[in-house]
Design a protein around this ligand. Sequence first.
Ligand code: 2AL
Length: 247
Amino acid sequence: MRQVTIRISVVNPNTTQSMTTLIEAEARRVAAPDTVVTGRTPAMGPASIESHYDEALAVPGLLQVVREDTEADAFVLACFGDPGLDAAREAASRPVIGIAEAAMKTASLLGRSFSVVTTLSRTVGRAWDLARVYGLERQCAGVHACDIPVLELEEDRDRTYAVILSFAKTAMAQDGSDAVVLGCAGMAGLPELLTAELGVPVVDGVAAATVMAEGIVRLGLQPSTHGELAPPPPKAYTGILAGFGRG
Ligand code: 2AL
């Protein structure tokens, strides 16, 4: 089944607009010319996501975006912790692709093993958790923190590039890997140069997830609603979450 115009909403689960702009530009760069790519920033949530606390509190805002966006054919969830990915799939009843899942699965198709270069060391455990959940524990050879906070990635792109390049080289040497996964949406746009310089595939999840989302829509496939991913049962929610109830 072919769609005429594919609409992809790229949701930045943090509330920093400049990061949404970066992510949207990268998604647009890799999407087909006639695909409509829209960056979305939640109305509530943390300015950046670099802890389990940030992740948990980013989820209501991103779910609100997904629930209210009835136009999108598919969503990209553009934070490397893939926060609320299963919940977004339940809520959307359209394809939702997380950037960590997209990047790790793409890297696993391109090399024997990959190294992840992430932001702060406190995000290393989450990346390992996801590699396990996605069944890629063997292919994920190491997770390395470059210790640049998420919002600082944008400040000096030359420095960001140089630091990530250096960490990627060390990671590959230590891990014996032959591909690199970038562990933050704020690293979008860097892989082309890094791939050329390192001579191995460097995968950014924003680009990978956008192309996957587009491909799945083109296949005419929707997420399964057969079991666990069926819309959540109707019930009341209270307090500041009252609007999230389904009735
Ligand atoms: C991220 C990301 O992709 N966006 C964000 O706010 N935090 N990931 C990370 N590893 O720090």
